[in-house]
Design a binder for this molecule. Structure first.
Ligand code: 5GP
Length: 135
């Protein structure tokens, strides 16, 4: 796997507003935030996204997400938080180094949830069966 811009941030080759760091995980402000305080949490070891990150690395990232989410909410003066992760091009992933977004939400900020579409008759069971069959 090739380095991305996030490896350069880990190595301090480009600047970032780092808000948390330990041996395995780094958290810094997104350069183009949905709201001020929008934070990215990344593992220091290389993986692309949810599909290839190790269980150990994922746990460490999620522990930091859990620790930081209320701190970001408080520090950014937000009302709520979205936790988001884009995995793959069609899901909107732009940087291919695993990262989880902590997105502060402010009442009236105008962001919308994606629209839900009801299942056709029988489709829900078929999809559930297909997923269960992979386990
Ligand atoms: P993705 O769409 O891959 O889930 O999100 C990548 C995020 O990385 C974007 O929200 C983008 O603004 C952020 N980003 C891209 N390049 C940089 C950078 O050089 N510095 C920082 N701090 N954030 C970046």
């Amino acid at each position: 796997m090739e380095d991305t811009i996030f490896s350069k941030i880990i190595r301090r080759e480009i600047p970032a507003e780092i808000i948390y760091e330990d041996d395995d995980v780094l958290a810094f402000l997104d350069i183009s935030p949905n709201n001020p305080g929008h934070t990215l949490v990344i593992p220091k070891d290389l993986s692309t996204n949810i599909f290839d990150i190790s269980q150990d690395s994922w746990r460490k990232v999620m522990d930091v997400v859990r620790m930081l989410a209320p701190k970001v909410r408080e520090g950014a003066g937000a009302d709520a938080i979205n936790i988001q992760m884009n995995n793959g091009e069609i899901a909107g992933q732009l940087v291919y180094h695993t990262h989880v977004h902590i997105i502060p939400r402010i009442k009236g900020d105008g962001f919308k949830h994606w629209a839900g579409t009801p299942y056709a008759q029988g489709e829900m069971r078929a999809v559930a069966d297909a997923i269960r069959a992979t386990l």
